[in-house]
Ligand binder design. Structure first.
Ligand SMILES: Cc1cc2nc3c(=O)[nH]c(=O)nc-3n(C[C@H](O)[C@H](O)[C@H](O)COP(=O)(O)O)c2cc1C
Length: 229
């Protein structure tokens, strides 16, 4: 666990470089004051016309455990997922290549072979166990909005995760856990007019978990960025 009271503050560059997906957490809860602080900071995320379309529901302690149990039960009972928004069935071309490279790195660290079906199943289930995180935030937006507004929610999610990194808190954005939006709406008493976009498990990183050694590369900017003069 990072001793946030004594550790020197990270520079902005360090915060960006050090944020990574954490897939194994310590049970310790985040102190209430710090919890409030990171969410107050995240509110500074920009949004089109400043509409701030995000709706955020955070489960901690017993509430987090109960939600985890409901999600794990849904997976084990093979309940058909019905996500409010879904990604393409399959990524193709360069996107598939990057997806596979990332999965290989993660599974290698977790010691799961390519043909180890049971191991992969376990790794998938860990998502719904929230990687043992003591907290999860679910971020939703009104169903009437489309991807133009989802951009704002994405900006909020990254601002929140950077705010966590800056304060010694690990996080993992998880589309997987948003595949059961009815369970999530029911758990938090959210209005049916809200679409659940993403869950973010968070807490203090358990550095002994092999998955947390995973650092995945990024493409060179030449692949994605065009500069014209
Ligand atoms: C929208 C979104 C959804 C994601 N969903 C999952 C998920 O369901 N499970 C998971 O383990 N990681 C998930 N991730 C984490 C990505 O795999 C991770 O961000 C990517 O591999 C880059 O690694 P890094 O976050 O460590 O830099 C998600 C990330 C984003 C931004």
């Amino acid at each position: 666990m990072t001793d946030n009271m004594t550790a020197p503050p990270l520079t902005f560059d360090e915060v960006i470089a050090q944020r990574k997906s954490v897939r194994g957490f310590l049970p310790q809860a985040i102190p209430e004051e710090l919890l409030q602080k990171i969410f107050v900071l995240a509110q500074q995320a920009p949004s089109n016309c400043n509409i701030q379309p995000w709706n955020v529901a955070v489960a901690s302690g017993a509430s987090c455990k109960a939600l985890r149990d409901k999600l794990v039960a849904a997976v084990k009972q093979q309940v058909t997922p019905n996500p409010d928004h879904s990604r393409p069935e399959r990524f193709e071309g360069v996107f598939r290549k990057r997806q596979v490279e990332t999965a290989v790195k993660l599974y290698d660290n977790m010691n799961i072979a390519r043909d180890d079906k049971e191991g992969r199943q376990w790794a998938m289930l860990r998502n719904f166990e929230l990687f043992d995180a003591p907290h999860i935030a679910f971020i939703s937006m009104p169903k009437i909005f489309n991807e133009s507004v989802a951009i704002d929610v994405g900006m909020y999610a990254q601002t929140l995760m950077l705010s966590m990194t800056a304060h010694g808190i690990g996080s993992c954005a998880q589309a997987s856990v948003s595949r059961y939006p009815d369970i999530i709406r029911e758990h938090f008493g959210l209005d049916d007019s809200l679409a659940v976009l993403i869950g973010i498990s968070f807490g203090f990183e358990d550095t002994s978990v092999p998955a947390n050694r995973t650092i995945v590369p990024r493409a060179n900017i030449e692949e994605d960025v065009l500069f014209l003069e």
